[in-house]
Design a binder for this molecule. Structure first.
Ligand SMILES: Nc1nc(O)c(N)c(N[C@@H]2O[C@H](COP(=O)(O)O)[C@@H](O)[C@H]2O)n1
Length: 205
């Protein structure tokens, strides 16, 4: 997936930077959005995304996932960059979109509310220096960057909020070696759907 740089007028967009400010829940660094994949509890979207860098190294994945702070999870990942999967640059945006879908599916009430409140405005992650995932204010009110996270969030809003699609279960993406702790990543469902599926399973046993 190729993403090119864009420019935005800060006055016309919804932007987020600090997790404590308005729309901070859109950030992968926001606490309080835990996830469950393959029965493993993962404290944040950031930890899940960073763990996906290292499919062949379950011990590194575990060290990242054990971090309650999303920023510390990212910092742990930095120690092991040489073990990053070789096709990371080609697959990282697809992996991030999958992570965001999992975050929405398993935190629907909270996360969908924030997405709804962005209306139809452009969503921009604001950063001091990151022009890949975010955009930088290069002069007053002029934001420049690929803004990959903001754009994936807009795609998520279009697919699941504006089009009213259901995000109860999220399929794994079709890439080689999509692994967590040595096992293929399975379909991930919302807690309510998992509960219903388990009830049905018990009934037919
Ligand atoms: N710590 C931090 N500072 C910024 O300015 C940022 N824009 C981000 N972005 C988040 O970091 C994650 C990507 O990490 P990699 O550099 O690809 O390892 C992703 O969640 C971005 O939203 N972080």
């Amino acid at each position: 997936m190729k993403i090119t740089e864009r420019t935005y007028n800060k006055n016309e967009v919804v932007f987020f930077k600090s997790t404590k400010a308005n729309f901070g829940g859109l950030s992968n660094m926001a606490p309080g959005y835990s996830l469950r994949v393959n029965d493993i509890i993962i404290p944040s979207a950031e930890a899940l995304y960073q763990a996906c860098r290292f499919p062949l190294f379950p011990a590194i994945q575990q060290e990242i996932i054990e971090q309650n702070s999303p920023m510390t999870a990212k910092m742990k990942s930095r120690k092991y960059l040489q073990y990053t999967r070789q096709d990371w640059e080609e697959v990282k945006y697809s992996i991030m979109y999958w992570v965001l879908k999992v975050k929405l599916s398993q935190n629907f009430d909270e996360f969908s509310k924030i997405l709804i409140n962005t209306n139809s405005k452009a969503i921009v992650e604001l950063s001091d220096k990151d022009k890949d995932w975010a955009a930088v204010e290069v002069e007053k009110n002029l934001l420049v960057g690929k803004n990959a996270l903001g754009r994936l969030l807009m795609q998520l809003r279009e697919e699941y909020i504006h089009n009213d699609n259901c995000v109860e279960c999220v399929q794994p993406i079709d890439i080689f070696g999509f692994l967590l702790y040595g096992s293929e990543i399975e379909t991930v469902c919302s807690p309510a759907t998992e509960f219903e599926n388990n009830l049905l399973f018990d009934l037919v046993q």
